[in-house]
Ligand binder design. Structure first.
Ligand SMILES: C[S@@+](CC[C@H](N)C(=O)[O-])C[C@H]1O[C@@H](n2cnc3c(N)ncnc32)[C@H](O)[C@@H]1O
Length: 229
């Protein structure tokens, strides 16, 4: 009897260890232009120069003028700041990495949004106040299913997608009635697991966008638009 060939998940293509080593070698702050903004990046923070997530999301999102935005896992602050620039009124940015909190704070001040934005150190939603609600939650997730050994690795690794599970499982508590959550992910992670997490959550898929790799050997990027049920 012929044994059918095993069908495996898509081969992982990005050398994430080399990317982490590159980030670790950055001992000094650098400036990078992304989404038309000049951002200042402190050592220990994922540089948007290595990510295509912001460009992908900004090409698809709709920002309601006056919206209140939560940037979950803000990193450099790129997504929340781009949302403010696109007409949002208020931003709360959260990150578990103190260097990311400092980087986002610096960028908010440099770009002149200090009156509209604040940044908090937070494990997923832990730093939110019970009464806070958002029209929009933005989450460019870490997507490799690996153990993160430090804050820098948390920008790429999410073991068993447990941060994603918390983010999706509790998002409905923080959304306004017509609120929307954008989740950016990649085929370097377990897409099937994330689809199951969405199914188990109190969110439903309003739209989904798939981006082909923009470079040879690059990965496929997925954006889900999710609403509270
Ligand atoms: C892929 S990076 C995205 C950064 C930025 N939003 C961007 O688009 O360039 C993921 C971010 O999530 C943060 N993060 C990881 N685990 C987290 C957690 N449990 N709570 C809050 N932030 C977390 C990381 O520190 C990192 O800044």
């Amino acid at each position: 009897m012929t044994v059918p060939k095993a069908i495996s998940a898509r081969r992982q293509t990005t050398d994430v260890d080399a990317m982490i080593a590159d980030l670790r070698s950055c001992e000094h702050p650098h400036d990078v232009e992304v989404c038309g903004m000049l951002l200042h990046i402190l050592p220990g923070v994922l540089s948007p120069r290595l990510s295509h997530a912001p460009d992908a999301l900004v090409s698809k999102w709709r920002i309601q003028s006056g919206a209140t935005v939560l940037d979950l896992g803000c990193g450099s602050g790129v997504l929340g700041l781009a949302a403010l620039r696109a007409g949002a009124e208020r931003l709360v940015a959260l990150d578990i990495n103190p260097q990311a909190v400092l980087t986002t704070k610096t960028n908010i001040e440099r770009l002149g949004y200090a009156d509209q934005a604040e940044v908090r150190l937070s494990d997923v939603y832990s730093a939110l106040q019970p009464q806070e609600r958002f029209d929009l939650i933005l989450f460019a997730a870490p997507y490799w299913n690996r153990k993160a050994n430090d804050d820098l690795e948390r920008s790429c690794f999410d073991e068993d997608h447990s941060t994603m599970a918390s983010a999706l499982g509790r998002a409905h508590n923080w959304l306004t009635a017509n609120g929307l959550m954008y989740v950016v992910f990649s085929d370097q992670g377990d897409v099937g697991r994330v689809v199951n997490l969405i199914d188990e959550s109190k969110l439903r898929v309003r739209n989904m966008h798939v981006f082909r790799p923009s470079i040879e050997g690059g990965h496929i990027r997925i954006i889900w638009e999710l609403t509270a049920r």
